[in-house]
Design a protein around this ligand. Structure first.
Ligand code: ME8
Length: 655
């Protein structure tokens, strides 16, 4: 076992708004890092932002700002999202920081002094969105970038070059003799395929007269460093290369670069040859994961289908979103995102399998043992079978994580919970209680609780907050609940009989899938209130004000906002429905509501109403409704909920 583990994510372009793809890489790195810590290694994670280059300079200019001011504003989006997503990174590097720029300059000077960097003329093309150089023959249809299909700029200018071509044979040999260096294997083949074509020297500078936003070359003040040459160095500048040799050597020897498949070549060709030139050993591995697509389409701003992680957090909560991300993709392959696939996974694995199991074990301990975890009696075969499966899963999880299949490892853990639910059916503790067989009942509930302890420990790196809650429900104190290690997860009899279990509301309240949302939406019109209540019972949604309690966090997952009605008309053939165009802040939406018996379209126009703003759009009578308004009903009287007095702007949060 390695003593240390160092994992990096790409440093993201500071201009971009982080989306589900960036979240996936960062969440995956965090989960891997937490698993390695759980396995007893000193695990260290680095992420950060890529802040130089033409894209940033252009974006800052468009906003009339200095590039650094623009970066200072933009970087917060990433930092806050990572905080929100529970990312436990040890460091966050920005390429505009002195500690980074100093190392980049030292490396440039050293390579220049050793004639590994030389001056010449660059003639070729440049893609600004990708920040990549291309030769004429790389381009598609004459001028288009082979990666993103956008037009490139032709350049002809004095530049400095890194003698990358001289490392071609060495790199081919290194990749061939180090299986697992580039993962998955087919990405190693892709790199070899690229290398077997002509490998040119790498242009690593731009004249300041054209682009000034970059690190100035220490040996020529009229040029700045190429953004990729600068950015890749973050992986070593952040961990003490040139400043803290002890930390650097310890971490670099166990370094793993997690990247998306889009930036394979810059890492496996540029970075490896740069490292060789600097005189450093290769990282342990590169892993290029696949692409999140939306409904099998590429996600892109122009198609308007980019998934915003904040919307996902609002629906699923942080931990369940992390769970759905990690189990929804086989790392290395592409995955298709749909809301329904996430909801199905959530409801099946978390609400049904894990949530139900916890609630069964805890509720019966409360009911039959006054909330004190009972001591087990003699174990029978059926108990031992579940115990063995639970005790074995830590090993298979670890193997899977080490093979970069955390998705499969987590599936194995969830399978233990599925077995535990079957165990409850087989042992029927409710019948044991009726029969007064308390000793056997004690053994069954203890076995169920120990299984939940092991499973929750193994899922801790994926869902740290929820698993802490689960473990405290089983009677552990906060320290025991959060200090998870493999030794305790491979041992039975850790929960102490006599500990007090806690009753909690559903750990993972069920989320209505799309079809159900659509149906319920029609029924949500207050005129069908009774039917709605029945429906809610059936689908086990959390009912505000019902028997089931919701936490403040759960409540705030529902975003209530003020909205102004701009237009209203009756829906043909539906005497209860009004179709409205509403304004919510700067946005306009369409809303269908079952209020036509109480309000005419004229009475609605100009009114300020309260809506549920983050409800998944649903079709009512074939017309899309993008939200739901709030109204109250008593007998036949229906009244809209409104703001008390004044002309209130639309888009204000309510709560
Ligand atoms: O390339 N699915 O930064 P970047 C999965 N600054 N992952 C995705 C994704 C998707 N649809 N879209 C983006 C850069 N990613 C450079 C890196 S490193 C020294 C410099 C993830 O902001 C994936 O990890 O364009 C991809 O490699 C990365 O975001 C690209 O981020």
């Amino acid at each position: 076992m390695a003593e240390n583990y160092y994992i990096t994510t790409p440093i993201y372009y500071v201009n971009d708004k982080p989306h589900i793809g960036h979240s996936y890489t960062t969440v995956l790195a965090d989960i891997l890092c937490r698993y390695h810590a759980l396995f007893g290694e000193n695990a260290y994670m680095l992420t950060g932002t890529d802040e130089h280059g033409q894209k940033v300079e252009k974006a800052a200019a468009a906003r009339g700002m200095a590039p650094i001011e623009h970066c200072n504003e933009m970087v917060v989006r990433f930092q806050e999202l990572w905080k929100k997503l529970g990312i436990n990174n040890n460091d966050f590097i920005r390429t505009t920081e002195e500690r980074h720029k100093k190392i980049v300059c030292a490396i440039l000077q050293d390579l220049y002094d050793r004639d590994l960097i030389y001056k010449s003329k660059y003639v070729g093309h440049y893609c600004v969105p990708c920040e990549r150089y291309f030769t004429e023959k790389d381009l598609l249809e004459g001028n288009l970038c082979p990666d993103c299909n956008r037009p490139t700029n032709r350049l002809e200018e004095d530049s400095y070059f890194f003698r990358m071509s001289q490392y071609k044979e060495w790199l081919i040999e290194y990749i061939n003799s180090h299986p697992g260096f580039i993962q998955p294997d087919f990405r190693a083949n892709e790199t070899l395929g690229f290398l077997r074509k002509e490998l040119t020297d790498l242009c690593i500078s731009r004249p300041k007269s054209r682009l000034s936003w970059g690190i100035e070359l220490p040996f020529d003040k009229d040029h700045v460093c190429y953004v990729w040459f600068d950015a890749l160095i973050n992986y070593i500048s952040a961990i003490g290369y040139g400043t803290d040799p002890e930390k650097f050597e310890k971490l670099w020897a166990e370094s793993h670069h997690l990247i998306g498949k889009d930036i394979l070549q810059t890492h496996t060709v540029y970075w490896t040859t740069m490292l060789n030139a600097i005189g450093l050993p290769m990282p342990k591995s590169f892993f290029a994961h696949g692409w999140w697509r939306y409904n099998d389409e590429k996600m892109s701003k122009s198609l308007g289908n980019v998934v915003n992680p904040m919307d996902m957090i609002a629906v699923f909560g942080v931990d369940a979103f992390r769970y759905c991300l990690i189990t929804g993709m086989v790392p290395g392959q592409d995955a298709s995102f749909t809301n329904d696939s996430f909801i199905k996974r959530y409801n099946s694995d978390l609400a049904n399998d894990l949530g139900n199991m916890l609630s069964r074990a805890v509720k019966m301990t409360i009911k039959y043992f006054d909330g004190k975890l009972p001591a087990p009696g003699a174990y029978e075969d059926v108990d031992k079978e579940l115990m063995d499966q639970a005790l074995a899963v830590a090993t298979s999880l670890r193997e899977n994580v080490e093979q970069m299949r955390p998705d499969r490892g987590v599936e194995d853990v969830i399978n233990v919970i599925r077995s535990a639910n079957r165990y409850m059916e087989k042992t029927a503790p409710w019948t044991l209680a009726k029969q007064g067989n308390m000793e056997r009942l004690a053994t069954v509930l203890y076995t169920a609780s120990e299984t939940l302890r092991i499973v929750s420990g193994l899922l801790f790196p994926v869902m740290p907050e929820k698993m802490k809650e689960l473990r405290m429900t089983l009677g552990m104190n906060e320290t025991e609940a959060t200090q998870v290690n493999t030794e305790r997860l491979s041992r039975w009899n850790v929960l102490v009989p006599g500990s007090t279990v806690k009753d909690i509301a559903a750990l993972f309240p069920r989320i209505m899938p799309q079809e159900e949302t659509a149906k319920a939406e029609t029924e949500k019109a207050p005129v069908k209130q009774e039917k709605k209540e029945k429906k809610e019972k059936k689908t086990e949604t959390v009912a505000v004000g019902g028997d089931e309690i919701v936490t403040i966090d759960e409540f705030f997952r529902t975003q209530l906002k003020t909205a102004k009605v701009l237009e209203a008309e009756k829906v043909e053939g539906a005497d209860k429905l009004l179709k409205m165009k509403i304004e919510v802040g700067t946005e306009q939406r369409q809303l269908i509501a079952g209020i036509a018996k109480a309000y005419t379209p004229e009475q609605m126009i100009g009114r300020t109403i309260i809506i549920v703003a983050n409800l998944k759009p649903a079709k009512i009578r074939g017309i899309e409704s993008q939200g739901m308004l709030l109204a109250v009903k008593s007998g036949d009287t229906l009244k809209l909920i409104s703001v008390d007095g004044g002309d209130f702007p639309s888009g204000c949060p309510v709560g």
